[in-house]
Design a protein. Structure first.
Length: 538
């Protein structure tokens, strides 16, 4: 930690030990002058395409080129760690350390987020029971509980059974902690005061006359902020090669904005010349929200956007199933290239020139790699290859050079942010702009429920907020079975939610699950603790 502190130019008072090999950084006065690089991706396969590995690899490669660089990433959730995808600290020789402790959430910020969220849930139940400090319509309460473990049996539950003393019987359920609005609040707050203000305006339900009721109405925001005061500070860890890394927060990319905290990003821009950060899933989800929501809230803008691609993902979106996508199939790769072209166009709609990086594996056929390279060149874009999983920073030097050159060119023009929509547009127009420009759809249809909720929300004061599209990550559409680059599709918004604390309006499409279930063979079944303390299978 001392070496990292010195590399970042921090004082001993600003670096607070937080377990072995980790620290919290308490630096309130920031001057974010560095250059920002966003790592996103094309639509992935169910297993993911290695954005975190590529983010860590890029930081390691840039540092090896003697750049002052920090990588700022999300904290892993125990859901995927014990579920399908496994840990969230990168892979092979491009990882964050201590990987074991990070993945197991030791001293993690997800725990205080869950505590603050569930405290508010308990205070809501208390208000329903006593009718004080405010009266709530039980049918209007949408605030659920959270848990950071996949458990499908908790998606829908009934509480308040057992008599009057146990509260009012009603239906509710659990979401995974990353889906909590408290997590989104934590990750968008710029200061302690901003955190308190955002918590205060969380909408928990309505009074019998339809008036929105907030966490402030329940006198909940002060205690919630107290639980989160340490959690709001970014965490300092390191890459496998000793470079500085910030890991902080992790909102669900389907239902929220899917990026690490604004506090960590701004801290990195204050302490380094280059900051590498990541947004969840493909560019149509996390990337779009990073630019339209996080950058707008934080006064930041990237100088480069990296799109991670794998041949496996191209085959998958070229029409083969997930199991067959691991096998060579040049024709499927060619069919999948149209999806790459769409994402290049989507990035350019923001006024940013994209870089494609191929997360390369040893058995990738040269002819398929050449198909991708030729396509990217014909589209006027730049491509790099990276095999840092196997070779560490040595395998990321080409990648680092391409990104550094891209950033240097962008810094000369210093183009102003170009958002997909203005905040003054009606909410329907904002949603339509995202679907047409970023997703590539033709139009948006709204259910009767969504129409009603939009009207209520605009009357209540939410019209001027950005929109957060909640949809599947496996498709540009709202249907996860539609792969590749579909044309002329219509996205249906079935429900609208007001995340007043986070500061955005959520438009829900398709059938999203906010409490995932475990697969038939969960990753947890491979994890074991030996008698000497060694953890295997993580």
């Amino acid at each position: 930690m001392d070496a990292l502190r010195d590399e970042l130019g921090l004082t001993s008072d600003e670096v607070i030990p937080w377990g072995r090999h980790r620290a919290k950084i308490a630096r309130e006065s920031l001057d974010p002058r560095g250059s920002l690089v966003l790592v996103s991706a094309i639509n992935p396969t169910p297993a993911g395409e290695g954005k975190t590995t590529m983010s860590v690899a890029l930081a390691m490669g840039l540092r090896r080129r003697n750049k002052r660089v920090i990588v700022a990433l999300r904290q892993p959730s125990l859901g995927p760690v014990f579920g399908l995808k496994g840990g969230g600290t990168g892979g092979g020789r491009a990882t964050l350390e201590p990987s074991r402790d990070i993945n197991l959430n030791r001293n993690s910020d997800l725990h205080p987020v869950a505590d603050a969220h569930n405290l508010l849930a308990a205070l809501i139940e208390n208000a329903l029971h006593f009718g004080a400090p405010v009266t709530l319509d039980p049918l209007s309460v949408r605030w659920r509980r959270v848990l950071d473990v996949n458990d499908r049996a908790l998606r829908s539950i009934v509480v308040g059974l057992g008599g009057r003393a146990n509260g009012a019987p009603r239906e509710t359920g659990f979401d995974i902690t990353a889906a909590s609005e408290v997590m989104a609040v934590l990750c968008l707050a710029r200061s302690r005061a901003d955190l308190i203000e955002r918590l205060a305006r969380i909408v928990v339900g309505r009074a019998p006359d339809g008036t929105p009721r907030t966490a402030a109405d329940l006198n909940a925001h002060g205690a919630m902020a107290a639980l989160l005061d340490d959690a709001r500070l970014p965490n300092l860890v390191q890459t496998a090669e000793g470079g500085p890394a910030l890991i902080h927060g992790g909102p669900f990319a389907n239902i929220a904005h899917g990026c690490s905290s604004l506090a960590a990003t701004r801290l990195g821009l204050d302490r380094a010349d280059l900051v590498v950060t990541e947004a969840g899933f493909g560019f149509d989800l996390g990337g779009e929200k990073f630019l339209n929501i996080k950058c707008r809230a934080g006064g930041i803008w990237p100088r480069a956007v990296v799109l991670v691609a794998t041949l496996r993902a191209l085959r998958y979106h070229g029409g083969v199933d997930a199991a067959a996508a691991a096998r060579a199939d040049r024709s499927a790769v060619v069919r999948g290239l149209e999806l790459v072209g769409h994402h290049l166009q989507a990035v350019r709609s923001f006024g940013i020139e994209p870089v494609i990086v191929l997360n390369r594996f040893e058995d990738d056929p040269a002819d398929e790699v050449n198909e991708l390279r030729d396509y990217v060149r014909s589209a006027g874009a730049t491509m790099a290859e990276c095999d840092a999983f196997a070779r560490g920073s040595e395998g990321a030097l080409d990648f680092a050079d391409v990104v550094a050159d891209t950033v240097a060119r962008a810094e000369k023009t210093a183009a102003a942010p170009r958002y997909t929509y203005s905040l003054e547009q009606p909410l329907k127009e904002k949603i339509g702009a995202v679907v047409r420009t970023v997703h590539g759809g033709r139009a948006v249809a709204f259910s009767l429920r969504a129409e009603r909720e939009l009207a209520e929300l605009e009357r209540a004061g939410g019209a001027g907020l950005p929109v957060c599209m909640a949809k599947t990550h496996l498709s540009l559409t709202d249907d996860p079975t539609v792969r590749g680059r579909p044309k002329d599709f219509v996205t249906t918004v079935r429900e609208v939610r007001w995340s007043a604390g986070a500061g955005f309006v959520v438009a829900l499409t398709g059938e999203l699950v906010t409490m995932p279930g475990l697969p038939k063979q969960p990753a947890s079944s491979r994890i074991a603790l030996d008698s000497d303390g060694t953890i295997r299978g993580l």
